[in-house]
Design a protein around this ligand. Structure first.
Ligand code: AMP
Ligand code: ZN
Length: 440
């Protein structure tokens, strides 16, 4: 462990900013709720990915790269997925595979490291069934008409994360009343599937899991009963995270799910909620066609993660200008240690705007080190500024080349490499996968 400034993080559960002390400094454990893969991710979805990537980097810097486990799941069973696949006339598998691939390319183009584990819900059904059985045995869940429901009244502290009583939830939320529910707030752990929908055999008949149990089961599988940090957007606090807590504690003799809960604020566009009907809905992919990923990333980090972000095109232009100015004075962004102010700001509840402000004053080496630490490479932007290079097309080419290599079609993989080399882009293969840079 390095002697970095003590890390202080705001805990949504206690509403206090506390010194961070890992349960096991040899294995610091972080879980972040990932995407439901039915459509392109939007720029709001990019926010938790970028924020928790910075946290992942900071934890690795503090405890060592080999001592941090970051799990971000993929929800590939969900009613929205079933509906969209039917609408498009493709199989569920085709839809989830395509969407997950696009998601991975998009978040890579935004400069994020891959998490340590990216588990898929459909590959963890057995763990979900086992957890539901534990909940029934512990008196926290009941089966009725092919469904299994969590009995909210069985857990006296239900509501502790969002600090609402069950009565308040009942008046505030649209709860589905159903004949198989004992109480209106009880939520679904398992539900029956008709033959045309994805389903798995279970003690309660052929069915599929509810959304909340997926995260509890996958977190338990990779991080154990109690881990250090659980993250996600503020909208997930209730009901999703409240229900994750109820399930995991209920199945694990009351042991807490996570010691620390972190939630990022919401992103709005030009002061308004993003919506397709208002015409202000932007996918990451749309934006990457016009803006280098680094500019989108930098723009996000200029606001503290707990504040709301107002995403504007004027702000993006400013971000591009600042990065361009900085890149004029810095060469490839490699290791040099940034100065104390930069890390002190990050260690203070991930204060990225203060860390960025310290870079305005920093000497060239500290500036380069700070930018490199935050996940900037300066390559994309230099290319994009000189000649318009489509970073998405490069990501697609890398994916196609990897597929060819996997299929042992080396003629094709070399052809792709040479095609891009002729355009001045060098592919570099390393332990983290393939990256690219401008030919020098
Ligand atoms: P979803 O696919 O809707 O479950 O969202 C995936 C992640 O993106 C969750 O952590 C959400 O909290 C987060 N998220 C969704 N919309 C926004 C937004 N407008 N601003 C910030 N985070 C968001
Ligand atoms: Zn979750």
């Amino acid at each position: 462990m390095s002697n970095a400034t003590a890390l202080r993080l705001f805990n949504t559960l206690t509403k206090t900013k506390d010194d961070f002390a890992p349960i096991d400094a040899k294995n610091v454990r972080l879980y972040v709720c990932g995407p439901t893969v039915y459509d392109f991710a939007h720029i709001g979805n990019a926010r938790p990915v970028i924020v928790f990537d910075v946290l992942f980097r900071l934890l690795r810097h503090t405890y060592g790269d080999a001592h941090v486990t970051y799990v971000r799941n993929i929800t590939d069973v969900d009613d929205k997925i079933n509906e969209r696949a039917a609408q498009r006339g493709i199989s569920i598998r085709e839809l989830t595979e395509e969407t997950a691939r696009i998601y991975e390319e998009d978040v890579a183009a935004l400069g994020n490291l891959p998490p340590s584990v990216t588990p898929r819900a459909t590959e963890h059904i057995a763990q979900m069934i086992a957890m539901i059985e534990q909940l029934i045995a512990a008196g926290h869940a009941y089966a009725a008409q092919g469904h299994v429901l969590f009995n909210v009244s069985s857990k006296s502290d239900y509501g502790k994360l969002s600090r609402r009583s069950v009565d308040e939830m009942l008046t505030g939320a649209r709860v589905e009343v159903a004949p198989y529910k004992q109480n209106a707030m009880d939520f679904v752990l398992w539900k029956p599937s008709e033959a045309s929908l994805p389903g798995w055999d279970s003690p309660w008949g052929r069915g599929r899991p509810g959304w909340h149990i997926e995260c509890s089961a996958m977190a338990g599988q990779y991080l154990g009963e109690t881990f250090d940090i659980h993250g996600g957007g503020i909208d997930l606090q209730f009901p999703h995270h409240e229900n994750e807590i109820a399930q995991s504690e209920g199945a694990h003799h009351g042991h807490p799910l996570a010691k620390l809960w972190m939630h990022n604020g919401f992103l709005q566009v030009e002061g308004e909620k993003m919506s397709k009907s208002a015409g202000n809905f932007f996918t990451i992919r749309d934006l990457l066609a016009d803006w280098p990923g680094e500019v989108l990333r930098f723009n996000m980090l200029r606001t503290h993660y707990r504040q709301p972000i107002d995403f504007t095109f004027a702000g993006l232009k400013e971000s591009w200008k600042t990065l361009e100015r900085w890149y004029e004075v810095t060469e490839p962004l490699v290791d040099p240690a940034p100065d104390g102010e930069f890390f002190a700001a990050l260690a203070d509840d991930l204060n990225t705007p203060a860390a960025i402000a310290s870079l305005h004053q920093a000497d060239e080496m500290a500036l380069a080190g700070g930018l490199g630490f935050l996940g900037f490479s300066n390559v994309q932007l230099k290319i994009a500024s000189k000649a318009k290079v489509d970073t998405v097309a490069i990501a697609d080419a890398i994916a196609a080349r990897n597929a060819a290599r996997k299929a042992k079609d080396f003629q094709e993989s070399d052809r792709i490499r040479d095609e891009w080399l002729a355009k001045g882009i060098v592919f570099k293969d390393g332990p983290q996968g393939t990256t690219w840079e401008i030919k020098k």
